[in-house]
Design a protein around this ligand. Sequence first.
Ligand code: TA6
Length: 299
Amino acid sequence: MDLQTLREQHALPGHLDIIDGPGEMPVISIRTDKAMAKIALHGAHVFHYQPHDSQPVLWLSNSAVYQHGKALRGGIPVCWPWFSDQLPKPGLPAHGFVRNRLWDIESTALLDSGEVQLRLFIKDDENSRELWPHAFEARLIVTLGTTLKVALHLMNTDEQAWESTGALHSYFQVGDIGQCQVEGLDGRDFLDKNSGFERRRQEGDIDIGQEIDRVYVDTGDTCIIDDADLKRRIKIAKRGSLTTVVWNPWQEKAVAMSDFDDDGYRQMLCVETACASGDWIRLSPGESHTIETHISVDA
Ligand code: TA6
């Protein structure tokens, strides 16, 4: 569908527009009196969020590739129906397929609260069933006021039960990784991907001075990124998720990624709202589940 038709159907003058983004990707641009956000229809990918009184909150790689079939490096890739390499069958790409597909706009609205809400939609088709043989409907509901609320609503429209994992794989912008701490996971167990998924316990807040790739389990708690350099605290609250993933590739792995600047790892940190490891989303026909994250900034 062309941009003009999308605009006629869904634009909210002064609040929401549909624009031609980089790589000819349709992008939805939202503005409220408190913040702005941008979302690519490709992948239902929120790639920009900025309260008017703050710097950008989501990190986006300077080398991100804007191309159909490839997820942007940064923002909030929607990883589903599997997280990382919890593959339903061998040989599939990591993190599912919905981050690499074009979604539809289902609706847009200016809410009584002053928030702007965008609902994006995707369902199974012939291509998706080749990778994952199940019927589903997925909606990404983005609600922007001061806080950015992102909800991934999943419904089983199949005649059989199915199970999945997934994540709102959120990349955050930080001033300098060496001056950041993650609060909210003290006392939680994690599986360390860099040590063969060895299970260990977090003691205290998380300092990051090297590569980190950890799957924190059994936690629905809010996390805070305390950023001494930018003098701000990013709050990441969540619902429908008992897994939090903390990831920074550090230098060597960043250099190995073509869509990652060599020193980009110093300005980013992923704190991901996930359902992974043993935290399965198991749905019978007609059932649904929502993974939701609420992101805000305190000075
Ligand atoms: O969530 C952490 C992680 O699974 C890492 O292991 C790392 O590979 C990262 O995601 C990025 O994955 P991607 O497929 O987007 O390159």
